[in-house]
Design a protein around this ligand. Structure first.
Ligand code: FES
Length: 255
């Protein structure tokens, strides 16, 4: 079931030059949400952009009834969100998409891999996986240290391994270069980030026989399965990332 809700801004924090963290709340209890699902946020404070933007769910804080959205400021629409302040109202359609597979037993050792703003859904996923008793490690990649976001929050949930392209934090290079991949064995990898990163991680997963899911970042418009602009070719034919995904087992992807 999907809900159209007017959520109220609790806070709007600048995490870097290009990222904000919006915390939203509602007078009623927020609906159930699964890590990996997303929200279509209506952007209506600018005359040129009366439309919705898909933004993945960064975290759900049940104790405070808060929904967190980590937003990369990439265009007019998202920059409008940067201007929101406490008390402003944001119209959201949620929850959308299928979400990641949650661990079914405490024997699981998950590696959650994120690149850039693709780290966003991994915080919520890490929390839910840890609550189910799974062992959680994060492998997070960014261009530079200042774009590594929410590190302290990730560290509360599990081991955190970091790469930066310029070597300003963690190991230098891309996530697939990180030494943890040659040291440790994981039962499953779940990832979100730029497609080249996910393809490289998928190759590693195939080579090592590790189960692996990817949250795709295809361009979306309607978010509801109608416009077909988000279609991905898969072993099961063309699937809509917004409706059939955004999370897919890599076995289904033609990568
Ligand atoms: Fe319109 Fe997926 S965004 S069908």
């Amino acid at each position: 079931k999907k809900y159209l809700l007017d959520l109220t801004v609790v806070s709007n924090e600048r995490l870097s030059d290009r990222h904000i963290l919006l915390k939203l709340t509602s007078p009623a209890a927020l609906p159930e949400m699964i890590p990996g699902q997303f929200v279509e946020v209506r952007i209506d404070h600018s005359p040129s952009t009366f439309l919705r933007r898909p933004i993945s769910i960064n975290y759900v804080d049940r104790s405070r009834n808060e929904l967190w959205l980590l937003v990369a400021l990439v265009g007019d629409g998202t920059r409008t969100l940067a201007g929101l302040g406490s008390g402003d109202v944001v119209n959201c359609l949620l929850p959308l998409g299928n979400g990641f597979t949650l661990p079914s037993s405490s024997d699981e050792s998950l590696l959650l891999v994120g690149g850039g703003v693709g780290i966003a859904p991994l915080l919520f996923f890490g929390r839910e996986a840890k609550d189910r008793g799974a062992r959680v490690s994060f492998l997070l990649g960014a261009r530079t240290a200042s774009e590594l976001l929410e590190l302290d929050l990730f560290k509360n949930l599990g081991n955190v391994y970091v790469t930066t392209e310029d070597g300003s934090a963690g190991e230098r290079g891309f996530v697939t270069n990180h030494s943890v991949l040659s040291r440790e064995v994981f039962t499953r990898i779940s990832m979100c980030g730029p497609t080249p990163m996910m393809k490289a991680v998928a190759a590693y997963a195939r080579k090592t026989g590790t189960a692996c899911e990817a949250s795709l970042e295809n361009m979306m418009a309607c978010g509801l399965g109608a416009c077909l602009c988000c279609v991905e070719k898969t072993t099961e034919g063309n699937l809509r990332v917004c409706q059939d995904g955004p999370v897919f087992d890599i076995q289904k992807l033609l990568w």
